[in-house]
Design a protein around this ligand. Sequence first.
Ligand code: AVI
Length: 309
Amino acid sequence: MAEFAQSVRAGLSKPQKELHSRYLYDELGSALFEAITHLPEYGLTRADERLLREHAGELADLVPSPGAVIELGSGMGRKTRPILAALRRRDPVRYFPIDVSSEALARCERELSDIAQVHPQQQSYLDGMAAVTEDRCRDQPVLVLFLGSTIGNFERPCAIEFLRDLRSALQPGDSLLLGADLVKERARMLAAYDDPTGVTAAFNLNLLGRVNRELDADFELRNFQHQARWNERERRIEMHIASRVNQTASISGCGVTVQFQTGETIWTESSHKFLPEEMLVLAECSGFSVQAQWVDRQWPFVESLWTAR
Ligand code: AVI
């Protein structure tokens, strides 16, 4: 059985039903996420972009001239331009965007090929990293960009594990620029994940739409409802899809029928929020040292520049 079908079957068989957040991003889901980044309530992407615009020059002065700039989950590369522009004032830049979406990579290449040699890698993050660093020159440092607080979509232990794996693919002196969304007022965080326009709701419900389309299921989307919750203990926003009624859905593509009680939910995403001091601990326990941090004042968000020890 294909990976998606297997994951859906396993996730919907758990006592707390779940669907993995990586499946939110089919073509429609990616377009809806792009729309989310323009919502007035979702300040995260604008904060990330503001920090990169304001501090790209400083960043370029702090890192050794990179032989390769690797971006994990580049998307369309919208926020990367100021960094590449600042780096190329010193030397020509070789840029390796890694993404699973061929469309995003093609757009990224179109957008950025005027300022860098773009070498798109359609792979998972760590496979892409391995491919790019395999035949690197020892004396040419690497700068890795992991922006947009995608690290927040990992469970905390998995985030540490991932950062350690990333560190293993690097050499001492290489750099990592990590963007992370910070804890802020509860109401602001909730509004960012439950906007009155309903774009985030559509983004979330599209996951059931995707199961219908790709796995021949019969989820009645109108009988489900988007929910965003703040989990104070775990410091994360959790997205759920709640059933409005008692109902059953059949998923032919993975041979299961799933029952729902009114109010029962499918957990679809966690978006962890960080404390500024937490970044120091994360860096320390994954083999990096923090070289600089920049925090946005309008929307608490941190850009943390790390060096591999
Ligand atoms: C991609 N990721 C960092 C977004 C986030 O904020 O966790 C995904 C998202 N989910 C709902 N809105 C945006």
